[in-house]
Ligand binder design. Structure first.
Ligand code: GLA
Length: 386
């Protein structure tokens, strides 16, 4: 929805007043490679999309936060307090979580009206939650001139999700949507938080995001489970000499220590993380050298590792990837995000994009009974005021 239409919608819901209305935007993201590495101190390589979440916001002179969205009927009215609590499974837990983090830093707000409008499909692994969190954090920081920088807001938004929503996510999503740069991917070292922007020179190719339209079900609990399996691996590997996280090891070092891991499942989880870090480094070299074929191979290897060693794919993602890879002109295809449903990302020669949608779409439907959706990704800028 255009921002003037949204402002109109806002006034229909909350009424007209002469208090200043402001509009902010935060994108979604797609991760190109480097999956389930962020909370292991590893490397990620995401980029921001050109669609995301808009937020229209105004102070209301009432002692309540009022929440509405153009996406669901569900509305919330929460009395302003420095002790906010989670409200069931309502969507407005995400902005509340951010307000709660600011409260914990000693900021108390006045009542405000919020209208969100999201273009990111929920549960598709394109960071709709990080988009809502960061747009809220950015807007409040501007409205109350709190002078936090982008990194502060990234960390605050991640903490909001960890502590209030209860998903133990890493930092990639909040980082990618806040720092996004048009036509660039972002290479982040999650241990040091150093990052670099890398031009996405696609040389006649497009990134196609394919949504399995499989709802993610138990994704959050499985996500937390993977995280704790990695912590178990760190504990086992630390018996002789403590290591801070899995990403301090390269594959050869890990192989030398493998007898320390007594559990095969834990062994495979850590193997994924360690090999995935290396794939990110290689993928960036490939991209810089215009070796897109190599980049695609690494995407394929990433998916296979997430499927066999990390076990976060599932039938729908695997079928979509398999069918995509059958098509001539597809250089690589992998799941993106947390997994267990959600989306894949494929690197596809421009002239087969239309064919991709038809052929892969049909084959996927025939095998799963689900109708997928396709978006040709345009890589956009990070969080901002509109
Ligand atoms: C989710 C999390 C991220 C990251 C990915 C997997 O998107 O929010 O922090 O762990 O899964 O790479």
């Amino acid at each position: 929805m255009k921002s003037n239409e949204l402002i109109h919608e806002f006034e229909k819901i909350y009424g007209y007043s002469n208090v200043n209305i402001r509009v902010f935007f935060s994108p979604g993201r797609v991760n190109l490679i480097g999956e389930h590495t962020d909370y292991n101190g590893g490397y990620v390589f995401p980029c921001a999309l050109d669609f995301g979440t808009q937020l229209v916001i105004r102070k209301n002179n009432l002692n309540v936060f009022r929440f509405a969205t153009t996406n669901f009927e569900d509305k919330g009215e929460i009395v302003v307090s420095s002790r906010l609590t989670k409200h069931g499974n309502h969507w407005y837990n995400y902005p509340l979580a951010v307000i709660d983090q600011f409260n914990k830093k000693g900021h108390i707000f006045e009542g405000m009206d919020f209208l969100f409008s999201g273009e990111i499909p929920n549960g598709a692994g394109l960071s709709s939650s990080a988009s809502v969190e960061t747009v809220t954090a950015y807007a409040l920081n501007e409205m109350y001139a709190m002078n936090y920088d982008r990194w502060d807001l990234v960390k605050l938004s991640q903490k909001a999700e960890n502590e209030f929503v209860g998903v133990n996510c890493g930092i990639m999503d909040q980082f990618a949507v806040m720092m996004g740069k048009e036509n660039h991917a972002l290479f982040l070292n999650c241990a040091t938080l150093d990052y670099d922007t890398v031009p996405l020179k696609m040389d006649g190719h497009k990134l196609i995001i394919s949504n399995t339209n499989k709802k993610r079900g138990l994704a959050d609990s499985k996500y937390n489970e993977r995280r704790s399996e990695c912590e178990t691996a760190v504990d086992m590997l630390s018996v002789k000499k403590p290591i801070e996280n899995l990403s301090v090891l390269n594959y050869a070092e890990y192989m030398d220590m493998k007898e320390l891991i007594s559990d095969q499942l834990v062994f495979r989880r850590a193997k994924h993380v360690i090999t995935e870090n290396n794939r990110v480094l290689e993928a960036i070299v490939a991209l810089k050298n215009n070796e897109l074929g190599r980049f695609g191979d690494l995407m394929n290897q990433s998916h296979d590792s997430l499927k066999n060693d990390y076990e976060v794919t599932g039938k729908e993602l695997d079928v979509l990837v398999e069918e995509a890879r059958k098509l001539d002109g597809v250089l690589g295809s992998r799941m993106t995000g947390a997994g267990f449903g959600g989306c894949t990302v494929s690197l596809v020669r421009e002239d087969v994009v239309d064919e991709f949608k038809i052929i892969v779409g049909k084959a996927y439907f025939d095998r799963t009974g689900l109708i997928p959706e396709f978006y040709v990704a345009a890589v956009g800028e990070g969080t901002r005021e509109v």
